[in-house]
Write a protein that binds this ligand. Structure first.
Ligand SMILES: [Zn+2]
Length: 377
């Protein structure tokens, strides 16, 4: 029953590499009674390129969640003034999440990227520039978006990140998944949509989100760390989860992402340009623990260097999963649009509470991404 008692949060991070560099950075939960904690860790072997989550028409894995378990995810950031508030709330509830960041946002705000990791969260990618309808672009352009995004986030982080990916607008396709599979990257869609792209009132957003979670009895929940309503609603949502007895599952990868070095020269220039503006201090391209372990708080939270413990000092229960490789149809031409999936997409949008545009509105706004859709999903 330790699991039930344990509001897991004492985060024990040991600097790997040298014994001299070993250092521990521990955080304790300030208010365990109000905390949500983390109930268990799911360690995902991404090497076969699995696809998780309900909102996809493509072949995907069984859910690794039990009823009344949730995974918290935040897309589209980092946006320092929103992301920081969300990180503070997650700290206050002694719980952890997965952030699917946008590459160019990460390059603009590298300090926030490092903050996400230093607080024990998992960091994945959501492409370089958040293009919509990625599956309707040529595969080469789509792959460029995916790879540049991962490289940018890894560079901004200055440390390994997770091989975890989410498609903007959940616009996935088998050929793109075949590429992700070849790179050992796991893809996540969504089980529960908070609808924070469309609900600007924090009270209504919290009520809607909790109702959706109850309807499905948990799942992978989608939020955006670029929305002020999300930051305001999050304490209410987390308190509601605690009160209803939901349990948070933390996802982490078995092994880190191996970014391509193709984009580094370009990205380093952008990072150098962005840092003085963002922080007023000289750029730090990479961080590593020195002999005194001074930078140990920047170590990544995945694999063996980081251990999530219960307040009672026990290691958190870890469930390791290794999904088998699935056959994904690679593209035979540069184009890989999947026209046949359109009707299913429509019903998914209705199911997720997203507004469906009429044909007339679709024609009027064709080729013109609205601010909602630009960073909406
Ligand atoms: Zn998005």
């Amino acid at each position: 029953m330790l699991r039930r008692l344990g509001l897991i949060f004492a985060l024990s991070i040991v600097a790997g590499g040298t014994a001299a560099g070993a250092a521990q950075a521990e955080r304790t939960c300030a208010d365990p009674k109000a905390a949500l904690g983390v109930d268990r860790v799911v360690e995902i072997d991404a090497s076969t390129g699995p696809l998780f989550g309900d909102l996809s028409g493509l072949t995907r894995e069984e859910s690794f969640l039990q009823p009344r378990e949730v995974v918290l995810t935040f897309d589209d950031g980092p946006m320092p003034w929103i992301t920081k508030s969300i990180l503070d709330t997650l700290d206050r509830f002694c719980t952890t999440a997965t952030f699917f960041s946008v590459g160019r946002m990460a390059i603009a705000y590298p300090a926030t990227v490092k903050d996400v990791l230093s607080r024990g969260h998992t960091l994945g990618s959501h492409t370089w520039s958040h293009p919509l309808n990625l599956k309707r672009r040529g595969l080469d352009r789509a792959v460029d978006e995916i790879e540049r995004g991962f490289s940018a986030i890894a560079l901004a982080a200055g440390q390994p990140i997770a091989p975890f990916f989410r498609f903007p607008g959940l616009s996935d396709s088998d050929p793109m998944l075949a590429h992700l599979q070849s790179r050992g990257i796991a893809t996540f869609t969504v089980d529960v949509v908070s609808n924070d792209s469309y609900i600007g009132n924090a009270d209504r957003l919290a009520a809607y989100t909790l109702a959706q979670i109850d309807k499905r009895q948990g799942g992978i929940i989608l939020f955006h760390d670029i929305k002020s309503a999300t930051a305001k609603a999050l304490p209410v949502v987390l308190a509601g989860l605690k009160q209803r007895g939901y349990k948070v599952v933390h996802m982490r990868p078995k092994a880190p992402l191996v970014p391509l070095d193709t984009y580094d020269a370009d990205l380093e220039k952008l990072l150098v340009k962005s840092q003085p503006k963002a922080t007023g201090v000289p750029p730090v391209i990479a961080a590593s623990a020195d002999a005194s372990g001074a930078a140990s708080h920047l170590l990544p939270f995945f694999g063996s260097p980081a251990v999530l413990k219960t307040l009672s000092g026990e290691d958190a229960e870890v469930t390791a999963i290794s999904p088998p490789a699935r056959v994904r149809a690679a593209a035979t031409t540069g184009l890989h649009a999947e026209v046949g999936t359109q009707p299913e997409r429509k019903s998914e949008r209705v199911r997720s509470g997203q507004k469906v545009k009429s044909e007339r509105v679709k024609r009027a706004t064709a080729g013109e991404p609205s601010p909602f859709m630009m960073f909406g999903f």
